[in-house]
Design a protein around this ligand. Structure first.
Ligand code: GAP
Length: 586
C-alpha cells in the first residue's frame, strides 16, 4: 500500500505461511556492504546522521544498474514489448522534475494536510515511536490447556474491539514477526519486559496477525498472545499502556500527528512566507506536468510518464538499514488511461511489475504480490497491490518494495481544483462516428495507474537476495547478483605480475572496457594468490574472472571461472569478449 497522505505508513506485513528459506543475518550483510564499499553511514566521520546512507563505489554502480534497468524496461522499451490489454503497444515518456515545487502542489496533493504519522511520546524517557509500531504481549483470557482449540477466539477478541485490552508489556517493532524475534532473542528487551524465560516459543496463529506463546515472568508463568496495540487502545488507555522504553505505565502521551515533509526556505528572508518543502514523492512532479506533456509531445492516451529521483521524508523511526530512510530515491510511473479501461491496465501493471522484479533476480519464495484489502486502501484509491520482499528483518513477514496503485482521477482533479488549470483530456479516438469517418471526440479526466518503486529498497532487496554463505568454498561469502545488475562485470587476473602477463591483461582490459564499460566495471588484480583474488571478486558479486597464465602466452587461451559454480574452463583469449557478451546477454 502506498504511504499516502492521511494514511499511517504501514509497509510491512506478516504472511499466513511460515518462511520457506532460512533467514540470512542482516549483521553479516551489512558488514560485507561496509567492508566492500557498497553502503556507508552518511557523515560517518562525525558520528553519522540517523536515516541517511551513502553508497560506495560498488553500491553506486549497483544502484545505477538497477535505475537503468528500470529506465530501459519502463521508458525506452516498455514492458519488453509486451502488449497492453487492448493489444496496443505500451508507450511511456520521461520527465525530470524539481525537488522543490510551489508549496501549493503539496496542498493540492494532500501532503500538507494529511501526510502524517501518529506518534507517541514517553514523557519520562523522552523516547518517541510510531503508534502503529507498538506491539504488545497480552495475557490470555483462557487457560493455556484450552489454547489449541480456542486460541483463535481469544485472538479475535483481542483484535476486534481491541480497546478493551491493555497489554502486559510492549515492544516497538514494525511487524509481529519482528517483535517475536526480539522477545525470543534480545536479552535487553527480555529484561525490560520482565521475561525470565520463554517456556513455549511464540508461534503464529493461523490466519491471524497474532502469535501465541507461554512466558515465565518470574512470579508467574502466563499464556500470552503477541499482537499490535491498536491506536484506539492508545487513545483510550494511554495512561495504562506500559511504555516500551521503561516498561512502566503512566508516561505515554496519546498518539499525535507529525508531518513527514522536510521544510526549508526559499529566498533570503527565511520568513513564514518563504517556506517550501522537499518533495516526499516524485509522483506529483508528473501530475503537475501532465498538461505540458500532452500539449508539447505527441503522446495519446493510454500512455505513461516516468519520473525518478530523490524524495525526502522525515521518518520518525528510520530503521532497518536503508529500508526506511529519510532521503531515498524513487522510480515512479504514472500511467494515464480511459476510466473504462483502468482496471485492465491496473491488472496489466501489477503483473508486469512482479515479473520485472523476478527478472532481475528476486524470483522465489522471498517475493510476493500482495493485494491491499479494500478497507486499507487510501480513500481515493480504487485498487492497490504491493510487490513485497521477505527481508531478513521482516521475516517471516514481508516488506513493501513497490506499490502499484489505481489512483483513479484523484490527482489530476485535485490539481485542476487548486490551480484552476484544466486537466481534462480530449480524446479524438472516442465519441460517435461522424459522417466524414472521424470520431466526435470525448473530454474526460484520465485515470492513473501508478507503479511506484523504491530504488534504495530495490538495492537492499537485491543485496539481501544475492548474499550467499557457503562455508565449503574458499570464498564463503558470495554476492550472486544477476549479471545485468552486477557492478563488476568481469575481472582479469595475470597469474603472476611478470613475464608479460600484466601487459596481456591490460590489453584485454581495454577491449572489455570499451565493450562493457557502460554497464559496469572491469577490474584487473595482480596482488595476492589467485584464491584470494577469486574470493574478493565473489564478495563483490563479479560473475566471471579471466586468468592470464603461461598457456595464454604460448597457446593464446585463458581460464574463465564462473562465480556461482566455481567451475573453470579454458577459452581462446580472442573469444573472451563474445563469451562475456553471451553470458551477460548484452
Ligand atoms: N507516489 C506513491 C508513493 O510514493 P509510497 O508507497 O509511499 O508511494 C513508493 O512509496 C515506494 O518508495 C515504496 O514502495 C518504497 O519502495 C519507497 N519508499 C517509501 N518510503 C521510503 C523510505 N522512507 N525509505 C526508503 N524507501 C521508501
Amino acid at each position: 500500500m502506498s504511504d499516502t497522505p492521511s494514511q499511517p505508513a504501514s509497509d510491512t506485513t506478516v504472511p499466513s505461511a511460515p518462511a520457506a528459506s532460512p533467514v540470512k543475518s542482516m549483521d553479516e550483510i551489512m558488514s560485507l556492504c561496509k567492508r566492500r564499499g557498497f553502503i556507508y553511514q552518511a557523515s560517518e566521520i562525525y558520528g553519522g546522521i540517523n536515516g541517511f546512507w551513502d553508497y560506495g563505489p560498488l553500491g553506486a554502480q549497483l544502484k545505477k544498474n538497477l535505475r537503468e534497468a528500470w529506465w530501459q524496461d519502463m521508458i525506452m522499451a516498455p514492458c519488453w514489448g509486451r502488449k497492453g490489454p487492448g493489444g496496443e503497444k505500451v508507450r511511456n515518456v520521461p520527465v525530470e522534475t524539481c525537488i522543490i515545487q510551489n508549496p501549493k502542489v503539496w496542498e493540492a496533493s494532500g501532503h500538507i494536510g494529511g501526510f502524517n504519522d501518529p506518534m507517541v511520546d514517553d514523557k519520562e524517557t523522552k523516547g518517541r515511536f510510531r503508534a502503529d509500531h507498538l506491539r504488545g504481549i497480552y495475557t490470555d483470557l483462557i487457560p493455556h490447556s484450552q489454547h489449541t482449540t480456542e486460541v483463535q477466539n481469544v485472538v479475535s477478541s483481542i483484535a476486534q474491539p481491541a480497546t478493551a485490552f491493555v497489554p502486559k508489556v510492549t515492544i516497538i517493532a514494525s511487524t509481529e514477526g519482528e517483535a517475536v524475534d526480539q522477545v525470543h532473542n534480545d536479552k535487553k528487551i527480555q529484561k525490560l519486559c520482565g521475561i525470565k524465560n520463554i517456556v513455549e516459543p511464540f508461534v503464529k496463529v493461523f490466519n491471524s496477525s497474532a502469535w501465541h506463546g507461554k512466558v515465565d515472568f518470574g512470579k508467574e508463568v502466563l499464556s500470552c498472545s503477541l499482537d499490535a496495540v491498536p491506536i484506539e487502545t492508545l487513545k483510550a488507555h494511554a495512561a495504562q499502556v506500559p511504555s516500551p522504553f521503561s516498561g512502566k505505565a503512566g508516561s505515554l502521551t496519546e498518539p499525535r500527528q507529525f508531518n513527514l515533509m522536510f521544510k526549508t526556505y526559499v529566498g533570503a528572508t527565511a520568513s513564514e512566507d518563504d517556506i517550501a518543502y522537499l518533495r516526499p514523492e516524485t509522483a506529483q512532479g508528473v501530475f503537475i506536468n501532465f498538461k505540458n506533456v500532452v500539449d508539447t509531445t505527441r503522446v495519446k492516451i493510454p500512455f505513461g510518464i516516468g519520473n525518478t529521483g530523490k524524495s525526502f521524508r522525515n521518518e520518525v523511526t528510520p530503521r532497518n538499514y536503508t529500508f526506511r530512510s529519510r532521503e531515498f530515491e524513487q522510480m515512479e510511473l504514472e500511467f494515464f488511461c480511459h476510466p473504462d479501461e483502468s482496471m485492465e491496465w491496473f491488472e496489466f501493471w501489477r503483473k508486469f511489475r512482479m515479473d520485472w522484479w523476478e527478472s532481475i533476480g528476486l524470483a522465489g519464495d522471498n517475493l510476493r504480490l500482495y493485494d491491499t484489502p479494500k478497507k486499507d486502501l487510501a480513500h481515493y484509491a480504487m485498487a492497490g497491490s504491493d510487490v513485497e520482499y521477505r527481508f531478513p528483518f521482516t521475516a517471516p513477514g514481508f516488506g513493501e518494495l513497490e506499490g502499484v496503485a489505481h489512483r483513479g482521477s484523484f490527482d489530476l482533479e485535485q490539481h485542476e481544483k487548486h490551480s484552476k488549470v484544466k486537466m481534462k483530456y480530449f480524446d479524438t479516438d472516442r465519441g460517435e462516428l461522424l459522417p466524414n469517418g472521424s470520431k466526435k471526440g470525448e473530454w474526460y479526466t484520465p485515470h492513473c495507474i501508478e507503479p511506484a518503486a523504491g530504488l534504495d529498497r530495490g538495492v537492499l532487496a537485491i543485496l539481501c537476495e544475492s548474499y550467499t554463505k557457503d562455508p565449503s568454498r574458499p570464498s564463503p561469502e558470495i554476492m550472486r547478483f544477476h549479471p545485468r545488475l552486477a557492478p563488476i562485470k568481469a575481472a582479469i587476473f595475470p597469474l603472476v605480475n611478470k613475464d608479460g602477463m600484466p601487459e596481456v591483461a591490460e590489453k584485454l582490459y581495454d577491449e572489455l572496457m570499451a565493450r562493457f564499460g557502460k554497464t559496469g566495471l572491469i577490474e584487473t588484480d595482480a596482488k595476492q594468490n589467485i584464491g584470494k583474488r577469486y574470493a574478493r571478486m565473489d564478495e563483490a558479486g563479479c560473475p566471471f574472472c579471466f586468468t592470464i597464465d603461461g598457456d595464454t602466452l604460448t597457446a593464446g587461451t585463458v581460464t574463465v571461472r564462473d562465480r556461482d559454480t566455481g567451475a573453470q574452463e579454458r577459452i581462446g583469449i580472442d573469444k573472451v569478449s563474445g563469451y562475456l557478451s553471451e553470458k551477460l546477454n548484452m
